[in-house]
Design a protein around this ligand. Structure first.
Ligand SMILES: [Zn+2]
Length: 409
């Protein structure tokens, strides 16, 4: 192929292919030359300097593959005097990101939005560390454009996710109508949520009509302060979390007792592996089977499970009045059950009954919160957890929020 054709194929503005230094089964190496001289953009201060060129280095950067072969470009980079700090600086090229081209970095960012860094690295022939560096750089760059300014949501949901053991959390705010995480931050509680409301400003806060959350005290004090008109809803998604936690506490207690009494049949059912089946919200054969066995083996767990399912009657009621009747019936059944975690929950829902019933004013569907929560869980599992919380926040945005490659700017 003529070098002119290769230049055309590459399509890098103001650069041409001078010659090919290597071309084997695995890789092609092309040496580039600048077509027209242009002033250096300084990598130190970002300004254009017209100082004479001090020296020129060559950097080897990877570009998108051609015909299944990896492509490496040998790019001349000039060094010149920076007028700001009087040191010799290398020039900055807009189409490069470190040791790869911008379009290659973009490819990595697209891949890491659907799979792990490790898998993406394997696919492209790069090590994890390099994928991490490029991915993070791209996300940070995009975050400046897309995450800094937020459009106020009409209906939103606030949710916390643990990112590490020992109660380390991040808070996510979801725009329910646009089905996206629009803001997130390390930590939880009032001070964190205040940050979100401050960012929106008074005018932005005024546009919010309904907020779904778990109705925790810290959340309420921040939300009531900033959103005077919005309806606060304790939605089904957050209620399910409370219910699941209560059932799981009962399960653990009964499992401990079953083990002490050497009850193998019951231990097998209550074992952690079965936990996910018990927590499922849909009815499956496996779950029905377990429920049948539990009915005869352990009443406490069986009853907690039934109470959990019964709560649905509050949300499926025809109107607020019917829901209130069902909620009252549920609360007294929970208190009468004598199962402490459910008794506690009965009192909790009594205190928060207005927020539960607000569902009938601001009908917030909890399906999207649930879907995003599952996506984040999967993200954590796939990456075997995150040590770096800033990166985790960016990854949440990439997989469920404003940094998704599916949203073009
Ligand atoms: Zn400079």
């Amino acid at each position: 192929m003529q070098l002119d054709s290769v230049t055309e194929l590459l399509g890098i503005a103001n650069y041409k292919v001078a010659y090919m230094v290597r071309n084997n089964k695995e890789r092609t190496d092309l040496v580039l030359r600048r077509i027209e001289e242009e002033p250096c953009v300084c990598s130190g201060c970002g300004k254009v300097h017209h100082t004479p060129v001090h020296s020129t280095d060559t950097v080897i950067v990877e570009d998108l593959p051609i015909s299944g072969k990896r492509v490496f470009l040998h790019v001349p980079k000039r060094r010149s005097l920076c007028c700001e700090d009087e040191s010799i600086r290398t020039e900055e090229l807009q189409w490069l990101r470190g040791r790869v081209t911008l379009r290659f970095a973009n490819q990595i960012y697209r891949l890491t939005s659907i799979t792990t860094n490790k898998e993406a690295g394997w696919f492209l022939g790069l090590d994890d560390e390099k994928v991490y560096r490029i991915d993070r750089g791209m996300l940070e760059e995009l975050a400046l454009q897309r995450v800094e300014k937020i459009k106020p949501p009409r209906n939103m949901s606030v949710d916390e996710v643990a990112w590490q053991k020992w109660h380390k959390y991040v808070t996510n705010v979801i725009d329910i109508d646009n089905r996206k995480v629009i803001w997130n931050h390390e930590g939880r509680g009032k001070t964190v949520l205040d940050k979100f409301y401050h960012k929106l400003g008074k005018k932005g806060c005024g546009k919010i009509e309904a907020v779904a959350s778990d109705g925790a005290r810290e959340f309420l004090s921040s939300t009531k302060k900033h959103l005077t008109k919005a309806v606060i809803v304790l939605d089904h998604f957050h209620v399910k979390k409370y219910l699941n936690d209560a059932v799981d506490t009962v399960r653990k207690e009964e499992l401990r007792k079953a083990r002490q009494q050497d009850n193998k049949e019951l231990s097998a059912i209550l074992h952690c592996n079965k936990r996910f089946i018990l927590m499922q919200n849909t009815v499956t054969d496996k779950k029905t089977n377990i429920l049948h066995k539990l009915e005869s083996l352990n009443e406490r767990v069986y009853q907690s499970m039934l109470l959990k399912e019964q709560f649905l009657s509050v949300y499926t009621a025809s109107d607020r009045q019917a829901a209130y009747t069902n909620l009252r019936a549920w609360i007294s059944a929970a208190i009468r059950s004598n199962i402490q975690p459910l008794v506690d929950l009965g009192y909790k829902f009594f205190r928060k009954r207005h927020y539960v019933l607000n569902y009938f004013i601001g009908k917030i569907t909890s399906a999207i919160s649930e879907r995003i929560n599952n996506k984040i869980k999967r993200l954590k599992l796939m990456a075997y957890g995150y040590r770096d919380v800033k990166y985790f926040l960016l990854k949440i945005h990439q997989h469920c929020g404003l940094l998704s490659p599916k949203l073009s700017t």
